[in-house]
Design a protein around this ligand. Sequence first.
Ligand SMILES: [Fe+2]
Length: 280
Amino acid sequence: MMRTPLRGVGLGLRSDMAEAFLERRPSEVDFVEIHPENYMRRGGRFPALLEAARRDYPVGTHGLTMCFGSPTRFDDEYLRDLRAFLHDLDVGFHSDHLCFGGAHGVFLHDLIPLPFTEEAARLCVSRIREAQDALDRPVAVENVSYYLPQSESGLDEAHFLVEVLRESGALLLLDVNNVYVNSRNFGFDPRAYVDLLPADRIAQIHIAGHVVRDDGLRIDTHGEPICDDVYDLLDYTLGRVGARPILLERDNNIPSLDAMLDEVRLLRAILSRHTAEDAA
Ligand SMILES: [Fe+2]
């Protein structure tokens, strides 16, 4: 089923760094990830950047608009265009977020948390099935960070995620930074969360940096280096589920390409240790 498989460590191709990246074409980076919204239905510089990236790197796609907890059906024309775009790139799967994004044509341009209830899980399952049917390829859902406490009566985050995966058949794009941020903000054990997940559904891993505010709240900014605890959680996760493609997300406060490649090399060292362990 996998078309263009993703392997190794990738970097999110963002417009702020794309030109510097493509000029150098670093061999440490195994694949790039793009947001289709930045390239679909556009002319000029953006499609040209994508074509240039494709010459040397497999491309993965990570959407921003198909939040799977939204109550209204996705726009048919958008799904048709996205399907053609994914087909052209030959991606093995397409990912988007397990959150609320809007309803009835109003799009909030933010990843709004869902209540972790049975009702919300059923809603997500129907949206995921709709996307799987329309896109004609596997869909991966990503766990998001959130800052609103959940009601005591619902499920916890990990059980909610597991239920959605089981009922929808979706793959999981596991963001280990989001797991860590939520675990510290809401007081749960991030390793116990990882232990609950179905390893065979994990298609890819996201990793990023976050900030700690003065009041202790951690905010998922994608604007800092990865912290040691998140490297540790990555290491733990790969030890449990096996090697998986890892994507470094850096969207804000973008440092030099060399600084990002330093992080890529650290991630490669962790991943290659687990790849060797899996082979042994
Ligand atoms: Fe992510």
